[in-house]
Design a protein around this ligand. Structure first.
Ligand SMILES: C[S@@+](CC[C@H](N)C(=O)[O-])C[C@H]1O[C@@H](n2cnc3c(N)ncnc32)[C@H](O)[C@@H]1O
Length: 231
């Protein structure tokens, strides 16, 4: 299969397909241009993120299943899918597509969770094709500037016919120690949740429905919001 999907060795019994990179225009340094130790570090980062996230925070996608009322026939887009934990939403009859701008995360997610009905793409929201019934943006808004969040809302409105669930660390509801931890986050745009939602208001009518500690180590409070498309 010359142009078909590559097969990577996985920990499971069966090899899983890895998509040909659908997003060749995103900057992706050639491995030969990256010094050895840096390369090793980059390759490790998805695994580190996955394990540290899992140990400290568990899987906080669960409430989204109820929030979006996911049911067979849905086609779900996960923006900023990281290492793919959102694929837990792909119950039988549901199709899940996770996108992320970090190619290492996408490769890792594909190896870990890729299966029929669950695919991951190295892509930014403006490069995604297709139609979806629902979407989730989990812990990703705080990586985006105000303008990028507004653009994301407009683009989601084009791609997704139904509701969008948004969840992000909540600096106001968080306790002081949690706020300190948030101030060290990689994301540079940790905002009060109402500010996040205001940025999406041009495209969606949003309301917060649930605030809870991240599971396990409770490193921050997370607020889940539901955004309904404006007519
Ligand atoms: C804190 S992680 C959250 C990952 C996943 N949603 C989770 O909760 O486990 C934020 C993710 O957003 C991705 N990201 C940042 N900017 C993005 C963009 N413009 N489009 C898509 N993904 C982006 C990062 O690469 C990272 O994987």
């Amino acid at each position: 299969m010359k142009n078909g999907p590559r097969l990577l060795r996985s920990r499971s019994v069966f090899p899983v397909p890895v998509l040909n990179d659908p997003c060749p225009t995103l900057p992706r340094p050639h491995p030969a241009d990256i010094p050895g130790p840096v390369l090793a570090h980059l390759f490790d980062s998805a695994r580190l993120f996955h394990h540290i996230r899992g140990l400290c925070n568990g899987n906080y996608y669960r409430p989204v299943e109820d929030l979006l009322d996911i049911r067979p026939g849905d086609r779900i887009l996960d923006v900023g899918c990281g290492t793919g934990e959102g694929s837990v939403m792909a119950i039988p009859g549901v199709e899940y597509v996770g996108i992320d701008t970090d190619p290492g995360y996408i490769e890792y997610a594909t190896r870990l969770y890729g299966r029929p009905g669950v695919t991951f793409q190295h892509a930014d929201i403006h490069q995604v094709q297709g139609k979806f019934t629902k979407a989730v943006v989990m812990c990703t808004l705080h990586h985006l500037s105000d303008g990028e969040v507004r653009d994301l809302g407009a683009r989601l409105r084009e791609l997704v016919s139904g509701d969008v669930a948004v969840a992000d660390p909540d600096p106001v509801a968080s306790r002081p120690l949690q706020r300190f931890i948030l101030s060290r986050d990689r994301g540079k745009y940790v905002r009060p949740i109402p500010e996040d939602l205001r940025l999406l208001e041009g495209s969606y009518r949003c309301r917060s429905v649930l605030t809870k500690n991240l599971p396990r180590l409770r490193l921050a409070k997370l607020t889940y919001s539901l955004c309904e498309p404006r007519a």
